[in-house]
Write a protein that binds this ligand. Structure first.
Ligand code: TYD
Length: 427
C-alpha cells in the first residue's frame, strides 16, 4: 500500500507534461507569415499557449475573420511537421508517471488537442505507454470541451481523483467533475489565474509535484550511459548533441567525463595528460586513471544514478581497457584488476561507441587541435586501442551501442539518439 493522495490522476498535455511554448509559438508565427501578415509587435506570444487558437488569431494576432480558418490550416501543417518536435518533456515528469503507475494509480491525459496529434507527440517522446488512457478532441466530431474530456479520462471507479493542469480551463474542468484541481504554476498560467479559478493547490515545479502526488515513494534508479571511441571520433560534439536531445526528452542529465568529472579527478587528469610528463611509466598512468575513476564513481556517478538521474559520461573504464590494456599492452586482466575497487558494481547500463577507423580519426583530431601527450604516441598504439575496443564490443554485445562515426555530424547524432533511446525506453 502507498499513501498517495489519489488513485486516479489526469494530466493536461501542453504546459503540464510538456514545455510547449517554443513549438506552438513558432508554428503560430509561421502561419501568420504564411497568410502574408505580420505578427503585431506588442502581442505577447506566450498568450497563445492554452486558450483556443482561433480566439488568439482573432484577438491577439489581429487576423481578419475570413482568414482565421486558413491560419488554422497553416498552423496544423507546420505544427505537425516541425513545431511538435520543438516540445520538451519537463524534468521529473517521466519518473512521476512511472511512480504513479507502479503505485497502481490510473494515469491519463486529457487534452484539447486533436487526439491524433496528442498521440503523435506522446509517441515521438516515447511516452504513450506510460498512460492508461489518452483522451483528446476527435477531428470532425463535435467538440467535447475540457470538463467532458476529463470525465472520459477518468476510470469508472475511483476513490479520489485529481486533474493536473496549468490553466484555468483545467481547474474549471476538474471542479466541474467534482475532483481536485492540482494546478501547476511552471506552465503558462499565472498563479493569479489559477487561484481565481479555484485551484485546490498550486504547485511551483515538477519536483514538488512528484512529492505531492507520490509521497514516500522510492524514486526509480537512474541510468548510467558512457560514450567511447578512439581519439578524434567526434565524441565531444556528439556528447553535446546527445545531452541536449536527452534533456528535451525529459531526462535529468548529469554530464561528466573521464579522466576528471570532479575536482580531485580533474587534478589527476592534468597530471596524466600533461605533455611535460613524458617519463610517466605505463603502470603509473593506468593507476592514475583508476584512482581518478574511484573518486568520480564515489562522488558523482553513483549518487546521481541513485537520485534517479541519467549520467552521461564521456569515457569510462572501457577506455582504460582499450588504451592501457590494449594500447600500452598492459593486458586486459591487469586493467580489470586495478579498476575493480574503483568501479565496484557501477558498470554502465549502456555504452555508445563511435566507430571510426583509427587512422581517419587521428587525422581529424590532429587537424582540430594541438596533439596531447597520448596523441603523439605511435599510430600502432591507436591500432591496438581500436582492436581492444572491438574485442570489448564483441564480448559485451548487449551493453554496446555501435554507431558509424565516419559520417556527417547530423547523421551520427540521429543514430546515436535512436540507439540510446531504444535502451532508455526499454520496458
Ligand atoms: P578525452 O578527453 O576523451 O579526449 P578525446 O576527446 O580526444 O577523446 O580523453 C583524453 C585521453 O585520455 C584520450 O586520449 C584517451 C585517454 N584515456 C585513457 O588512456 N584511459 C582512460 O581510462 C581514459 C578515461 C582516457
Amino acid at each position: 500500500m502507498n499513501n498517495f493522495p489519489y488513485d486516479a490522476v489526469v494530466f493536461d498535455l501542453d504546459g503540464t507534461l510538456f514545455d510547449a511554448e517554443e513549438g506552438i509559438v513558432s508554428s503560430v508565427i509561421e502561419s501568420v507569415r504564411g497568410l502574408g501578415l505580420e505578427v503585431p509587435q506588442n502581442a505577447d506570444l506566450r498568450e497563445v499557449v492554452g486558450p483556443p487558437l482561433r480566439d488568439s488569431y482573432r484577438n491577439l494576432l489581429n487576423v481578419p475573420e475570413e482568414l482565421v480558418e486558413k491560419a488554422m490550416d497553416l498552423y496544423r501543417v507546420d505544427f505537425s511537421a516541425r513545431g511538435m518536435y520543438l516540445y520538451s518533456v519537463y524534468p521529473h515528469i517521466r519518473s512521476i508517471l512511472q511512480m504513479l503507475r507502479k503505485g497502481g494509480t490510473h494515469v491519463a491525459v486529457a487534452t484539447s488537442k486533436p487526439l491524433w496529434l496528442a498521440l503523435d507527440i506522446l509517441r515521438h517522446f516515447g511516452m504513450e505507454k506510460l498512460f492508461d488512457r489518452i483522451v483528446g478532441e476527435v477531428d470532425g466530431a463535435a467538440k467535447l470541451g475540457k470538463p467532458e474530456l476529463i470525465r472520459s479520462a477518468l476510470p469508472d471507479k475511483y476513490k479520489s481523483a485529481a486533474m493536473v493542469g496549468d490553466r484555468k480551463f483545467d481547474v474549471e474542468g476538474a471542479l466541474a467533475n467534482g475532483i481536485d484541481a492540482v494546478a501547476v504554476s511552471y506552465g503558462c498560467g499565472s498563479e493569479e489565474e489559477l487561484q481565481d479559478a479555484g485551484a485546490t493547490v498550486i504547485i511551483p515545479d515538477t519536483e514538488s509535484l512528484r512529492a505531492y502526488l507520490c509521497p514516500g515513494a522510492e524514486i526509480p534508479r537512474g541510468f548510467f550511459l558512457s560514450v567511447e571511441g578512439p581519439d578524434g571520433s567526434g565524441k565531444t560534439t556528439q556528447v553535446d548533441l546527445l545531452e541536449k536531445s536527452l534533456r528535451q526528452y525529459g531526462f535529468s542529465v548529469v554530464r561528466t567525463r573521464e579522466p576528471g568529472g570532479c575536482e580531485i579527478s580533474e587534478d589527476i587528469r592534468r597530471i596524466i595528460l600533461d605533455p611535460e610528463n613524458m617519463e610517466m611509466c605505463d603502470e603509473c598512468e593506468a593507476l592514475l586513471y583508476a584512482a581518478s575513476r574511484a573518486q568520480h564513481v564515489h562522488q558523482v556517478i553513483r549518487p546521481a544514478v541513485e537520485r534517479g538521474e541519467l549520467v552521461l559520461c564521456d569515457r569510462f573504464v572501457d577506455s582504460s581497457v582499450a588504451y592501457q590494456g590494449g594500447g600500452r599492452e598492459l593486458g586486459v586482466d591487469m586493467i580489470q584488476q586495478i579498476n575493480a575497487p574503483a568501479v565496484g558494481d557501477m558498470l554502465p547500463d549502456a555504452t555508445l561507441y563511435l566507430a571510426i577507423d583509427h587512422k581517419l580519426a587521428l587525422m581529424r583530431r590532429l587537424a582540430a587541435s594541438e596533439p596531447d601527450r597520448l596523441e603523439l604516441a605511435a599510430v600502432e598504439f591507436h591500432g591496438r586501442v581500436q582492436k581492444a575496443y572491438e574485442r570489448l564490443i564483441k564480448e559485451n554485445k548487449k551493453r554496446f551501442l555501435v554507431v558509424d562515426a565516419s559520417r556527417d555530424i547530423e547523421s551520427i547524432a540521429q543514430d546515436a539518439l535512436k540507439a540510446v533511446l531504444s535502451k532508455l525506453l526499454e520496458d
